[in-house]
Ligand binder design. Sequence first.
Ligand code: CTP
Ligand code: MG
Length: 426
Amino acid sequence: MDKVGGVILAAGRGERMGAPINKAFLPLGDRPLLLHSIITFEAAAAVDAYIVVAPPEEMAFCRALLAPYGLQKLVAVVPGGLSRQESAAAGVRALQNFGLVAVHDAARPLLSVELLEGAVKRAAAAGYPGAAVVVAVPVKDTVKMVDSSGIVRETPVRDGLWIVQTPQVFQRDLLLRAYAEAERDGFSGTDDASLVERLGVSVEVYRGSYDNFKVTTPEDLRIAQAILGQRARRCLVHDRPIPTGGWGAYNVRAGNQDGAAPGSLAPVLPLRVGIGYDVHHFDPERTLILGGVEIPEGPGLAGHSDADAALHALMDSCLGAAGLRDIGHYFPPGDPRWKDAPSLALLADVRSILAAAGYMVCQVDLVIAAETPHLAPYIDAMQQRVGAVLGILPGNVGIKATTTEGLGFVGRKEGIAAWAVATISG
Ligand code: CTP
Ligand code: MG
């Protein structure tokens, strides 16, 4: 299948919002508005990579804003143009080697993973050439054509009228041709589909969600905030088996969203805490890896993956904080996919699982009990690696090492134990 790329547009000025900064950078919930769409693109298995389009004068600010999140599929932040059309064309042109592109307005922060994946899959099914799918919802209100003096000229029949949203997904070559022809003819449209329609290509509508509205004015921001708060109080549904696609996979989603199967309701607090514990016994034949860092002094630890007891405890604390199952459930020990797997990659997967469930890790704390080797020289590197994968600053990764003064299995140098606590928000 063709590779699928996303273009997230955040190069507007947000004039109708009336805020001193671009609305894409305004806070919504616990993160900038733009981050909501980005996290959806990160979590959507159907999207391979994406580009963010930012205002040319805010490139450095945008890059600095995104840096702490350790985004895995972000290819680049590129400068946009004066109009949405110019920005979209710049993004699609910069996204090379992709068969399909999904163009999305950062101003629609409540896009769900299901909707994004559904639209992409519909476009992929349409195949080559000419895939063109727009997300849209039927108009609920009566619409009137009004002239410049305020007189109603026409009342179009409501049946068949749809409000178009994003994402809009196209075969990339087709969309590039549409931009080129619009530029040549001096045509400007307020969405990408209108440029493709001019080429005589059929554009298919994919049923969207009324939640996926565009945040334009201050009251929209308040509505988005209220919907987010309501979603946070809903519980999680564990209803997807882990796909065989590898470490980018995820298998949970927020329940009860528009168009999703309803789950049972349970309160979810804004801040949640989880605990994890793991033990591995020594195996001198193996390389010792703890906190994602290779420790040449060894001895190594026995296990199916790289046996990084510290990261295993950490992953369980993160999953536990979200009320999810343990790592054995997501990465079964007998599964050949996880044989010798680097636990840092599994941790990245855990982060995607949490993101798909609507959670972000805030801070973690670990204790590693090891009589040998001496771990102090490696603590900084562990903090850096874990922070980068979780998208948090190293200062939010606590790691301590201790001996047990010769007591117990750790003291007898039979193995290593680790405990972790994680705080997450959603
Ligand atoms: N957009 C863009 N480049 C532009 C104009 C708009 O990337 N030159 C993006 C916006 O960042 C937004 C989306 O297109 O995500 C939809 O545009 P709109 O809601 O109109 O946003 P703004 O143009 O930022 O807002 P306003 O029109 O009120 O200034
Ligand atoms: Mg605009």
